[in-house]
Write a protein that binds this ligand. Structure first.
Ligand code: PAF
Length: 293
């Protein structure tokens, strides 16, 4: 039996979002917000369900943000599947409003005249070292979306752990009155983290892709078994990815609290293993906190 859910309000302007949310706030309802770039998969829908447990009303946004893509990246090709996304949101049943702005709504002075962000050095490390300006662009859009939606809780996915850490830092540094909740990564049965970019994989590449998660899992197992030569573990992990046909951007063992390199041997449960690798047209990222089972 399928349950019919009411369609969420579909809003295209900042003003319409503010009007709706201010009514909820006046009624003392809390708002949990899930920003997305659309092409929704089960991972996004799990974040919406988490948001429904974190606030009285859930708002999702769908906006492919141009400022977080580099000049040779996939902004133009990024999958835009708005009709399917709205249907998936309706079916999940817990979302009160979906904000689908255009670029002019988010950047009213135009991209060239827009106020930009310069995040701290972590933004130029790990993924940021391979995608210059990416996290500054993420901050530019998340700050604007938070100012428009004014949620009580912001819900982000743990797959983008560096994004989570940097957005939390922005919120703390700019004294933004919002709490952050992080939802666990949702995986396919073979371990591959769900991602909108998985659809770029050919069937052959898709068959190789789970090696990313398997490699992180074996680094995690080695750390839990007491291995402490982090550089050797990272090198062996990169070789394994290369042997499987992936081109690793990095494999890194970091402190989970701030993603800094551990200065000395740390307790395994304080660490996280992160990796990014290119496979055909896709750039896959994943991470495993060592303390989590
Ligand atoms: O994680 C994403 O999908 C994006 O980086 C976000 C947070 C929606 C900002 O565009």
């Amino acid at each position: 039996m399928t349950t019919e859910h009411a369609a969420p309000a579909l809003l295209h302007t900042a003003e319409a979002v503010r009007d709706l949310v201010s009514g909820w706030r006046a009624a003392r309802e809390t708002v949990a917000f899930v920003p997305t770039m659309g092409n929704l998969h089960r991972g996004h829908l799990a974040l919406a369900q988490l948001a429904a447990r974190a606030g009285d009303r859930v708002v999702m946004s769908i906006f492919v943000n141009p400022t977080q893509f580099g000049p040779n990246e996939d902004y133009g090709a990024y999958p835009r599947t708005i009709a399917e996304d709205l249907e998936a949101i309706r079916a999940v049943g817990c979302v009160a409003a979906v904000f689908v702005p255009d670029v002019a709504q988010i950047y009213p002075f135009g991209l060239d005249e827009s106020i930009r962000f310069a995040l701290p050095p972590l933004s130029r490390d790990l993924c940021g070292a391979h995608r210059p300006g990416h996290f500054d662009g993420v901050a530019a859009v998340v700050c604007r979306l938070l100012n428009i939606v004014a949620p009580t809780v912001l819900v982000l996915g743990q797959k983008d752990l560096q994004q989570c850490v940097l957005v939390q830092r922005m919120i703390a540094d700019l004294h933004m009155p919002v709490r952050v909740t992080i939802g666990a990564t949702v995986r396919e049965a073979d371990g591959l983290a769900m991602s909108s970019r998985n659809r770029y994989l050919t069937p052959t590449e898709r068959a190789s892709a789970p090696v990313l998660h398997a490699t992180l899992a074996s680094v995690r197992a080695a750390l839990l078994a007491g291995e402490s030569d982090y550089a050797a573990l990272e090198t062996a992990a990169r070789s394994r990815l290369k042997s499987a046909g992936l081109e690793p951007d990095y494999v890194a063992i970091r402190r989970s609290a701030d993603l800094a390199p551990p200065r000395q041997v740390a307790k395994p449960e304080e660490l996280v293993v992160l990796a990014a690798a290119r496979l055909g047209k896709a750039r896959l990222i994943d991470n495993l906190p060592v303390g989590w089972r």
